[in-house]
Structures are given as structure tokens and as C-alpha cells.
Ligand binder design. Structure first.
Ligand SMILES: CCCCCCC/C=C/C(=O)SCCNC(=O)CCNC(=O)[C@H](O)C(C)(C)COP(=O)(O)OP(=O)(O)OC[C@H]1O[C@@H](n2cnc3c(N)ncnc32)[C@H](O)[C@@H]1OP(=O)(O)O
Length: 304
């Protein structure tokens, strides 16, 4: 029996406190008393995500490892939320770098198969898990850096947008954006708000209406990512950025982050059930199901 639905229900029941459930952490600087041997790396690896926490720096490396394309299935989202929760509650952890082990792909976004031909209960459970993941990531007290080492459409882009800083591999073949309109679906208001908060209203409106996927150099120009670096330098750069952000007192950075993001987080928290109903109604429409099936066929044809 699959564990994910049980875990998803467990998370859902526990409820999420955006920004964030653990106490403020200005007293949580990583502790490495001088003269002691280097603190060990603590690792936990589940099926789809691998996490390593370096206790000496307080930085966790989170790597997506769900072939072929790191699509955000219910299982993946559940694992992601649990991993974030574990790190959030770990006093040794102050920051997380998110990247992928799959060559050329950061994440292909929400798993389209989770939105095709399933029943209403499944759609509800799936959408709650999508919300949960975003509330935890966007509302995290940790410093979050996305090291985008491949293409990152739709839900993959949302993950990057929800981080504090985005570094992308400078390969023009890698693209990023909220391309939902190309699938005949609509990014929900909290995807849109997250996007607007990063790139501003005009760029977000044009990009969303066109369902654009921006090659890395264009993404940089639009401010969708903060910098581009050669792929082999991506993790080194992410660590350097992380060190700069962690040099500030946690409480000042966290309260500032909360001030910037609170309205958008509160909006979803206040309308969570309505948002789930809206998703179920939308995705259950035969016309939407047809669009998604056609899109999946198009992906398969592209291969042959
Ligand atoms: C009111 C609310 C309304 C609803 C809101 C819903 C919001 C939705 C958000 C989303 O995230 S929707 C998903 C959007 N994602 C995409 O458009 C990406 C589609 N995929 C691609 O463009 C490419 O696959 C890729 C990621 C660029 C990788 O290309 P590559 O050539 O390396 O691999 P492929 O041969 O295309 O794919 C391999 C394999 O994986 C399947 N697959 C790809 N993406 C997805 C996905 N998102 N979900 C499920 N499956 C996916 C693809 O079909 C191939 O399968 P097989 O043919 O091998 O069986």
C-alpha cells in the first residue's frame, strides 16, 4: 500500500503555520566550538529527495532525484514537505540549497498524470499537497537558495520562485517559467502572486498570458532568476550566496522576509478550502481533461 496518501493526510491534519512553525531562531547560529573535530554531515534520503545537512555551516543540500523528470507527484510533494518540516525544526539548520540530480532537469512541474482521469478525492488530496509544499517553502524561516541546474516549467518554476535567491545554469537550452496557459490550464492566484513578487506585475502578466518558458539568459533579463553561472560552478556559487545571507542576524532577516511575504501567504491560508474546491471543479471539466491528454500526447510525439 502506498505510504504517500497516509503521509499526505498526516501533514494535512497537522496543519501548516506559515513563517514558520518553529520559534524565532536568532539564537540558532550553527555551533562549531573551536578546537573540536568538524561536525559531521547528517543525511536523510527518501525515495525521491536526498538531503544532507552540514552541521558546521548550518546549510542543508536538498537534491531532487526522481527520474525521469522530477515531476511533482503526490509522493514527491509529500516527501518534499516532510523534508522541509524536518529541516525547519532542526536547530542546526539555517539554510537550504535546492537542486536536482537529474541532468538537464530541475523539475518538470506538477505531475500531469496526477491531474488526469482521477477521482475528486484524489484531486483534493493532490492539490492540498501542492498547497502544503508552497506554504512550507514560501513561508520558511530558513534561507532558501534554488540552484536551477536544468529546465524548470510551471510547478518547477514555482519552487524556484518561492526561494529567497535563484541561480541558474547559463545554458540557453534550459528554460523556466509558468507555462500553464500552454497546457490550457490557469496558474492559481498564489502562483501568480509569487511570480509578481519576483518580477513585477507587467512582466508577470505578459509571461503568464503567453505561458512563456524563458531560456536562461532571458530569465536573467526579466529578473526571474538572480544570476547565471556555468553549470559546474552552480553549487559553489549557491554556497557563497548562502554564506552571504547567513552572515546577517537570523531574526532581522526572518522578520523582513515575513513582512514581504505575509500577505500572499495569508491569502492562501484564508482561502485554502475554496482554492481546493476551485481546483477540483476546474480540473474535472471534460474540456480541461482533454487539453491535458493532448498535451501529454504532444510530449510523447516529440520524443518519437
Ligand atoms: C484552478 C487551478 C488550475 C490548475 C492549476 C495547475 C497548475 C499546474 C502546474 C504544473 O506544473 S503543470 C505541468 C507543467 N509541466 C510541463 O509543461 C513540462 C512538460 N514536460 C516537458 O516539457 C519535458 O518533459 C521536459 C521537462 C522539458 C523534459 O524533456 P525531456 O525531453 O528530457 O523528457 P521527455 O521525454 O519530454 O519526458 C520524459 C517522460 O516524462 C514525462 N513527463 C514530462 N513532464 C511531465 C509532467 N509534468 N508530468 C508527468 N509526466 C511528465 C513525459 O511524458 C515522458 O514520459 P514517457 O513518454 O517516457 O512515458
Amino acid at each position: 500500500m502506498a505510504a504517500a496518501p497516509i503521509l499526505a493526510r498526516r501533514i494535512a491534519r497537522s496543519g501548516v503555520l506559515p513563517l514558520c512553525c518553529r520559534p524565532p531562531s536568532w539564537d540558532r547560529a550553527p555551533r562549531q566550538p573551536p578546537g573540536l573535530p568538524l561536525a559531521p554531515c547528517r543525511a536523510f534520503s527518501n525515495n525521491k529527495i536526498q538531503v544532507e545537512l552540514d552541521e558546521s555551516s548550518g546549510v542543508a543540500m536538498m537534491k531532487f532525484k526522481s527520474p525521469p523528470v522530477n515531476s511533482l507527484s503526490l509522493d514527491f510533494l509529500t516527501e518534499f514537505s516532510i523534508s522541509l518540516e524536518k529541516l525547519e525544526n532542526d536547530r542546526a539548520c539555517r539554510g537550504v540549497i535546492i537542486t536536482s540530480t537529474i541532468p538537464k532537469i530541475f523539475s518538470s512541474g506538477l505531475d500531469i498524470m496526477e491531474m488526469c482521469g482521477k477521482n475528486v478525492e484524489h484531486y483534493g488530496e493532490f492539490w492540498r499537497a501542492v498547497q502544503e509544499m508552497w506554504l512550507r517553502l514560501y513561508g520558511s524561516n530558513m534561507v532558501t537558495v534554488a540552484a536551477v541546474n536544468g529546465s524548470s516549467p510551471a510547478g518547477g518554476c514555482l519552487i524556484a520562485l518561492s526561494c529567497d535567491y535563484r541561480i541558474m545554469a547559463e545554458n540557453p537550452k534550459f528554460s523556466i517559467g509558468l507555462n500553464e496557459a500552454q497546457l490550457g490550464i490557469v496558474a492559481p492566484f498564489w502562483f501568480k502572486d509569487t511570480f509578481v513578487n519576483v518580477v513585477g506585475h507587467r512582466i508577470a502578466e505578459r509571461s503568464l498570458q503567453l505561458g512563456s518558458l524563458h531560456p536562461a539568459p532571458e530569465a536573467l533579463k526579466l529578473g526571474l532568476v538572480d544570476e547565471l553561472v556555468p553549470e559546474e560552478k552552480l553549487l559553489e556559487k549557491a554556497s557563497a550566496v548562502m554564506a552571504r545571507w547567513l552572515a546577517l542576524p537570523d531574526h532581522a532577516r526572518q522578520l523582513t522576509k515575513s513582512m514581504m511575504r505575509k500577505a500572499v501567504l495569508d491569502h492562501l491560508v484564508a482561502h485554502r478550502e475554496e482554492d481546493i474546491k476551485n481546483f477540483i471543479n476546474f480540473i474535472s471539466k471534460e474540456s480541461i481533461q482533454k487539453s491535458l491528454r493532448m498535451y501529454m500526447e504532444m510530449l510523447k510525439k516529440k520524443k518519437s
